[in-house]
Design a protein around this ligand. Sequence first.
Ligand SMILES: NC(=O)c1ccc[n+]([C@@H]2O[C@H](COP(=O)([O-])OP(=O)(O)OC[C@H]3O[C@@H](n4cnc5c(N)ncnc54)[C@H](O)[C@@H]3O)[C@@H](O)[C@H]2O)c1
Ligand SMILES: O=c1ccn([C@@H]2O[C@H](COP(=O)(O)OP(=O)(O)O[C@H]3O[C@H](CO)[C@@H](O)[C@H](O)[C@H]3O)[C@@H](O)[C@H]2O)c(=O)[nH]1
Length: 435
Amino acid sequence: ACLADAGHDVTGVDIDPGRVANLQSGRVPIYEPGLQEMAQSAVAAGRLRFTQPDDFEEPLGRVALVATGTPPGGGGGADLRQMRSALAWVREQRSWDTTVVMKSTVPPGTGERMITHELRGSGICYVSNPEFLREGRAIQDWQHPNRIVIGVALGDTGSVDVLKAMNVGIDAPRIVTDITSAEMIKYASNALLATRISFMNEIASLCERVGASIDAVSQGLAMDPRTGGRIYAGVGYGGSCFPKDVRALDHLALTSGVSVELLRAVITVNNRQRLLPLYALRERFCGAISGLRVAVLGLAFKPDTDDVREAPALDLIRALSDDGVLVTAHDPQANESARAFLPESVELVSDPMAATKGAQAVVLMTEWEQLVDADWESIASGMCPPRFVFDGRNALDAALMQELGFEYTGVGRGRTTDFWTRSIPLYVPNDQGAQ
Ligand SMILES: NC(=O)c1ccc[n+]([C@@H]2O[C@H](COP(=O)([O-])OP(=O)(O)OC[C@H]3O[C@@H](n4cnc5c(N)ncnc54)[C@H](O)[C@@H]3O)[C@@H](O)[C@H]2O)c1
Ligand SMILES: O=c1ccn([C@@H]2O[C@H](COP(=O)(O)OP(=O)(O)O[C@H]3O[C@H](CO)[C@@H](O)[C@H](O)[C@H]3O)[C@@H](O)[C@H]2O)c(=O)[nH]1
């Protein structure tokens, strides 16, 4: 949609007939702010259309952009079957001046292998152009990326020009390098971001123990540009990218005979974080949580998306249900996508009031604005004592929650939370760098 919006003529090809039919009639099957409107107007303007591979009749265009899934395969490595079948289809089109632009996240070394084997003798050029957009802000990130990475075969200046034409109107620093390095930049980016989150979560555990506040600590760290944009502690990272890409890099390291200690620790810490609310509930209720009524607010892996892939809330709810906890859950957009992944006993409701009514505890797993800014006073009056709240994203005003009669617990916010969150305005670094 962004490419069409920039004036290109775009055909989306997908093997999923339902997806194609929805998109062709202007219905975007995922929740992504602004995308529905943008796609609809591009379709109406005739610059964007959708089709299945077998129905594709025109000659392939200048660019064949591959954005098929690369889910985890056996052993944690990336499953490249979708990508291989898409490349085979491109090859079948016998269009000699097409450049394949690889947007999918593929392990370092993949592009070189594709050129040597799958594309050999086809005349098709191959560029690695990893994608760095975040869900929930996909359009903004596409239109204003913090960098454009272009990986090409030695001497392939033609493909660099194709990429420049494709990204017309986008003003961002570019790095042109070899294909394997471009692929590694993508994995290293995600692994470093995930590492920073697990690191902050480790520091949060320590803060908890020594009575420090992670809010002040992360604020202090963010003031040094060398440590990057602000990271918040919480119930860990989820989504379709960080978990799978860290595991895939770990797998690549293992199969390449390189030590993998750090990435393993990142994964272990993240797995622990998502169950912190369970541990806190067991402690607060002295282990007697079977039969306890708990509301879980937020199912998506982050706000502004209905994506529940690897969402921390799903693991938490399954673990709570295993312990006999009666869970009622709510997400502003993800109730439907989460249903298939939750035990039947879990009730999904359409607003936070209904989720919390009669509950003794509430857990915030996704910091949707409408959940953070919900009417917590009414929520408190509908809940039963002790009104225990676990703020899995450190997004609520701890002091206010205590004033409203909640027993508040955040992640590493320690005893000093009230003082710091009230007396110091939060330092927000340059938004471009913030994750
Ligand atoms: N989701 C993100 O925010 C994001 C950001 C950056 C990079 N990426 C990378 O982009 C890739 C795609 O991610 P996604 O989340 O959109 O995956 P997805 O699974 O949601 O979508 C992949 C689509 O490819 C289609 N498909 C599968 N095989 C095909 C084929 N042979 N021909 C045509 N279509 C085919 C599927 O039907 C599906 O609609 C992954 O490698 C991911 O790591 C994703
Ligand atoms: O300080 C933070 C920031 C994020 N998260 C969590 O980390 C996960 C990922 O968040 P985010 O990076 O905002 O979303 P994604 O859409 O998964 O985007 C990541 O994964 C994409 C796919 O590879 C990349 O393109 C993006 O650059 C990269 O940020 C979510 O569960 C967040 O809740 C934290 O716990 N603490």
